[in-house]
Design a protein around this ligand. Structure first.
Ligand SMILES: Nc1ncnc2c1ncn2[C@@H]1O[C@H](COP(=O)(O)OP(=O)(O)O)[C@@H](O)[C@H]1O
Ligand SMILES: [Mg+2]
Length: 220
């Protein structure tokens, strides 16, 4: 059985891609970035291929590749592309799992935070509400995160989007994390510290140390 999980976050630049790489690598899964905004340098898919230690065919092709590193709605307009929700549904998800005849996990990373627009009408959270897949919410541990994270939790709840839990990213901030978990009424899945250096090896080790589901893989 294929499992799919959505990785979202409170903001852009908070570590969703690094966490996604860690998760996909750890659970020997697949990665899909439906909408990539910005093609200069490494894309999120490139970063995951590098950091997850997965064969390249485990990184599924993006549905939209937009040139400018802007909100997808604007980046698409500049490219003369219309992002259609119909192209972001499962039937078009090119799943090699079918070819392999095996089960597995597909880690799906959104762009930015939940309210990021894909076009002038649709936001990422609207797509997530249609999908009804479990979501992992990535949250910083630094100042300001309580507000952003509780707002994101409320938005998910208002749409009955299943929230698997919070993945904290950064240095341990015990009271901040506790406050989010208690006031948000959500489980803490674990915490990924800032890694220096950040490599496939240090990421894998930190995922095993920081997240309980690491022990589910059985081979470490
Ligand atoms: N756990 C981490 N350790 C070290 N650097 C990190 C970590 N998480 C994120 N970064 C760095 O922070 C920047 C933003 O991370 P990224 O995963 O691309 O964020 P997002 O996907 O939320 O936009 C990148 O330069 C990335 O290498
Ligand atoms: Mg990213």
């Amino acid at each position: 059985m294929t499992q799919r999980i959505v990785i979202t976050g409170t903001d852009t630049g908070i570590g969703k891609t690094v966490f996604s790489a860690g998760l996909a690598g750890l659970l020997d899964g697949f990665y899909w970035k439906p909408v990539q905004s910005g093609l200069d340098g490494e894309t999120d898919s490139d970063v995951v291929a590098r950091l997850a230690g997965l064969p390249s065919e485990r990184v599924l092709p993006e549905a939209y590749r937009l040139k400018s590193p802007l909100s997808p709605h604007r980046s698409a307009e500049i490219d003369g592309v219309a992002i259609k929700a119909a192209n972001l549904t499962f039937p078009v998800l090119p799943t090699p799992l079918v070819i392999e005849g095996a089960g597995g996990l597909i880690v799906i990373e959104g762009a930015g935070g939940l309210m990021v627009p894909l076009n002038r009408r649709t936001r990422f959270i609207d797509i997530f509400a249609e999908w009804r897949l479990p979501v992992i919410l990535c949250a910083r541990t630094t100042l300001g995160t309580i507000n952003h994270t509780l707002l994101s939790i409320e938005a998910l709840r208002a749409r009955s989007i299943p929230l698997a839990g919070i993945a904290f990213i950064g240095d341990e901030m015990a009271d901040t994390q506790r406050t989010i978990v208690e006031m948000g009424g959500v489980p803490q899945l674990g915490r990924l510290p800032y890694l220096d250096p950040l490599t496939d090896k240090t990421l894998r080790d930190a995922m095993i140390a920081g997240f309980a589901f690491a022990s589910c893989t059985g081979d470490h």
